[in-house]
Design a protein around this ligand. Structure first.
Ligand SMILES: NC(=O)c1ccc[n+]([C@@H]2O[C@H](COP(=O)([O-])OP(=O)(O)OC[C@H]3O[C@@H](n4cnc5c(N)ncnc54)[C@H](O)[C@@H]3O)[C@@H](O)[C@H]2O)c1
Length: 330
């Protein structure tokens, strides 16, 4: 049997680069399509085994050079991600999620490839009725708050995906990730920024008292869920929550990271309303119901938070290039 031909949009990013490594390890022929034209340092050892096409995912002609006839699988991960980004570049967030996803779906439909579209827990907004099943309601704030542009544009990308599946028979699946964390994530998110600051001798930051909860999911488990979705016929035309059900406060995470990094710098309390302005609106609880992923895909969240954080800290200590990145994300 010939090797699976896979394309990963956003393959130079955090989750994308982990996915690329897994696909290469299992013997797939992998093409990365990303806006950045040099692979990240931790994919350098795969040079020669991965084809890179640099381009904007909204550019159909460029995309066609990556998603060529004979492509079996397209993993669409390219997006503008992170609170700092969607406050600074709401237009790019919206346009790349909508136009870019449309281009990917059209190209995949053209060559007859199966598509996995990365979506987010953010689509549920601040629905207070956790845990959220896949068909839970979306509860959002006003359109005047840029915070919701990411959620809405990802939801539109999901609608596009299902519309292509129904109208064009595209074999497509949506996977919704929940607070993915792990090695090499940009230091702009709770876990990555706290590890980065602590190992650089800077005070970890705790937002709004730290009692908000999240569903932290280690990147290896995220990749596993993505691959299981791609391999399942039952997953076609469906959405799956790929997230841990261990509801954890962000205060607990900051304390755990401080312990793992032997950080003795006092935590700095920050109020998001003052720091990020009214465009940012936080949510108190985020927890998926992952029953569907477990029963349909056979997915399990294997990595306990303490183990995932320890692996992330170990990796950070061993990668000075990452520790030297500027602190990001407010
Ligand atoms: N990290 C998380 O916790 C999380 C949670 C939910 C959903 N997701 C989704 O998973 C996917 C990957 O997220 P990530 O955390 O790896 O983000 P990331 O920012 O690390 O990676 C995104 C990649 O997309 C590329 N990109 C951005 N705009 C592009 C464009 N116009 N054309 C081509 N490439 C472009 C970037 O260069 C980057 O390499 C995204 O779709 C994101 O919305 C992530």
């Amino acid at each position: 049997m010939s090797a699976v031909r896979a394309v990963v949009t956003g393959g130079c990013g955090f989750i994308g680069s982990h996915l690329v490594r897994r696909l290469v390890d299992r013997g797939d022929e992998v093409t990365v399509f990303d806006g950045v034209d040099t692979p990240p340092p931790d994919l350098a050892d795969l040079a020669g085994q991965v084809r890179y096409v640099a381009g904007d995912v909204r550019d159909g002609d460029r995309l066609a050079q990556a998603v060529t006839p004979g492509t079996d699988l397209v993993f669409h991960l390219a997006a503008v991600v992170g609170v700092d980004q969607y406050l600074a570049r709401p237009l790019d967030v919206i346009d790349i999620n909508f136009t870019g996803t449309r281009q990917v779906l059209e190209q995949a439909a053209w060559v007859g490839a199966r598509v996995i579209v990365a979506s987010t827990s953010e689509v549920f907004g601040r629905n207070p009725a956790v845990p959220w099943t896949e068909d839970a309601d979306r509860v959002l704030g006003p359109t005047t708050a840029d915070r919701w542009a990411y959620s809405s544009s990802k939801a539109l990308a999901e609608h596009l995906t299902f519309a292509f599946a129904r109208q064009h028979g595209l074999s497509a699946t949506v996977v919704r990730y929940f607070n993915a964390y792990g090695p090499r994530q940009r230091p702009a998110y709770l876990v990555s920024r706290t590890v980065h600051r602590a190992l650089n001798g800077r005070a970890p930051v705790l937002y709004d008292g730290g009692r908000q909860t999240r569903a932290f999911t280690y990147v290896a488990d995220v990749i596993e869920g993505t691959l299981l979705a791609a391999a399942s016929d039952q997953a076609v035309g469906e959405a799956f929550n790929i997230g841990s059900m261990d509801e954890t406060t962000i205060g607990e995470v900051v304390a755990l990271v401080a312990k793992l990094t032997d950080c003795d710098v006092e935590v700095r309390a920050v109020d998001t309303a003052t720091r990020l302005g009214p465009a940012y609106q936080d949510l108190r609880r985020r927890v998926p119901d992952n029953t569907k992923a477990r029963t349909v895909l056979g997915w399990h969240n294997h990595t306990a938070l303490a183990d995932g954080l320890a692996a992330t800290v170990d990796w950070a200590r061993a990668n000075p290039w990452w520790l030297a990145l500027p602190d990001q994300g407010g």
